[in-house]
Structure formats: C-alpha cells, structure tokens
Design a protein around this ligand. Structure first.
Ligand code: SAM
Length: 292
C-alpha cells in the first residue's frame, strides 16, 4: 500500500531526459532495482547502481541488462571511483552526514550534472534515517531509535514509520545537521555558484537540483513547473501521509489486540486445564468417600 519507490516519478525522469543529454547515470540506493532499467529506457547507455547491500532479487534484475552495473560500495565514498555521470540520483542513506557529503562532492566535481534526490519532505527532511550507522563517526550520528515518526506528534512511536530492523531514526527531529533538506540547504548556502532547487511535493518529496545559468536549465525548470508548483500534489501528499499514518496506527493496534487475545486465550486454556485437574481430583476424593 505504501508508495515509496522512485519508479512512481517516471514522468519526471522523462522530462529530465528530454531536456538534458544523459548517457551515464549514478543511481545511489537501488533496493529492488525497479528504477534502474527506467533510465536505460529513457536513453542512458550506462547506469551505475550503487548499493552496499544488494539482495538476490537486485542481482538478478541487474544481471538481465548489460547497461546496468552493480557497485557494491557505500556512497559517498564510492563517488570518485564512478565514471562521471550527467544524472545523479540520490536515494541511499537518508541522513545529513551522507547526503551532505554526496552533494558537496557533486557540487565540486560534477557541477553540470542534474541531481535528483528523494525524501526531501516529511519524514526525513528534518530527521536523520540510518541504514548503516556503523559507517558514520559518532559525531555524525544523532541518538537513534527503532521507533518511527508519525504525523500526530513530534515524538517517535512504535506505531509510526518504523524500520523493522532495516533502519533506525534520530530520536529528535530538527536542529543542526539533521535530515535531508537540512543537508541540501547547508551545501547550497556554502556553494560558490547559484543552484536551482525545486521539489515535486509527492511521495515524500523529490528534489531536483541543477546549477543556474543555462537556457536548457530554464526550459527544464519550466517543464517541471506543473509538478513543482502544484498545490494539488502538495494537498494529496499531506492527505496520503495523514491516511497512511492512520493505517500504521490501526495495524499496530490490531497487532497489539491480537497479542492480547492470544495471551487471554492461553490464560483461559490454562485455567480450563486446572479446572479439569481439580474436577478429576474431586471426583476421585468423592469416589474414595463413597461407602463400598
Ligand atoms: C529507499 S531504498 C532505495 C529505493 C530505490 N531507489 C527505489 O526507488 O526503488 C535505499 C537503499 O539504499 C541503500 N543504501 C543504504 N546506505 C547506502 C549508502 N551509503 N550508499 C548507497 N546505498 C545505500 C539501501 O541498501 C537500500 O537498498
């Protein structure tokens, strides 16, 4: 039920490919590989699919297409080792430290590329998510929790967006060096050049980043505008998140209720067993007292 893959943004990628010459794509954070082939369909001749923990499903998906190259290393460390790309898609570890370094590297080394990045809106805009905290120094991590955020309050809850073992999240939202959007703001405010940053306000927010200055950029921005300035999309996204977090809460309550009912059933069964035992004992005692 949860829309979360970048594959839903195919029409946005179509617009990017229409307005830019893109031969090589660096795809950071691949998961199932359902997006990788889209870049080839749209005209890329090579896609470097960076994921430090590829599943068997991902391996077999990528193995079926010669243009897709699996890179089993973490970003941002891997970025200098990849061939230069005209499109960087950032959807790996969604925390400030990783995203800030990824963007800082791209701004310095590939300033003519387009950068498309996921999760620039709630819940990871102002709160770190950690897939692989062990790769980060202690100073780069906020105290984290297995619980997840929900729209009903700022705190975390086991009934929120939880990682179920795949990721943890910063206990506190907001403040310095926390979240994907904060990383974008800090990198762009420190950059020498001016950059455009626009957001498609759907499915957790898709950011599109490009250096200011070329006619192609203005045309690309104009083509994206029906999406990036859509109040309708923004309202639908807020509504989707409101309803989805309600579903999470109901799932959590239903699971807790089922556990409670199981425990109750076990208690009743144990009590029945005890009653049967006592009844047998009573019957035996009565039989012993009965005159022969
Ligand atoms: C949200 S999923 C990606 C979803 C995929 N882009 C899609 O739209 O279908 C995040 C992926 O990033 C990977 N990942 C985590 N840390 C990473 C890192 N430092 N560099 C690259 N990938 C990372 C995870 O293994 C996971 O498969």
């Amino acid at each position: 039920m949860l829309l979360h893959s970048l594959s839903v943004f195919r029409e946005i990628f179509e617009i990017v490919f229409t307005h830019r010459q893109i031969a090589t794509v660096a795809e950071i954070g691949v998961e199932s590989g359902q997006v990788s082939g889209i870049y080839v369909e749209l005209g890329a001749s090579a896609v470097y699919c960076v994921d430090p923990e590829p599943s068997d499903r991902l391996r077999s998906t990528l193995a079926g297409n010669d243009a897709l190259h699996l890179v089993e290393q973490p970003s941002p460390e891997v970025l200098p080792d990849l061939p230069p790309a005209q499109l960087y898609v950032l959807d790996g570890d969604h925390n400030y430290a990783v995203v800030e370094r990824e963007l800082r590297w791209i701004v310095a080394n590939a300033p003519d590329a387009v950068v498309v990045m996921h999760d620039v809106l709630w819940p990871w805009s102002r709160r770190d998510l950690y897939y692989e905290p062990s790769l980060l120094s202690l100073a780069d991590r906020h105290p984290a929790s297995e619980d997840g955020p929900t729209v009903w309050h700022d705190g975390l809850t086991p009934a929120g967006f939880v990682g179920l073992g795949a990721f943890t999240v910063a206990q506190q939202a907001g403040g310095e060096r926390n979240g994907v959007a904060t990383a974008v703001e800090d990198v762009l405010s420190a950059a020498r050049d001016d950059w455009h940053f626009v957001v498609v306000p759907a499915v957790f927010g898709l950011g599109v980043l490009m250096r200011r200055g070329s006619a192609a950029d203005e045309q690309l921005l104009a083509a994206l505008r029906p999406y990036t300035e859509s109040v309708l999309l923004e309202k639908l996204e807020n509504n989707r998140i409101g309803l989805y977090t309600r579903v999470l809460q109901m799932q959590y309550d239903a699971a807790a209720e089922a556990t409670y009912r199981d425990q109750l059933a076990e208690k009743v069964a144990a009590q029945r067993h005890e009653i049967d035992r006592l009844t047998t004992e009573l019957d035996m005692a009565r039989a012993a007292l009965r005159p022969q």
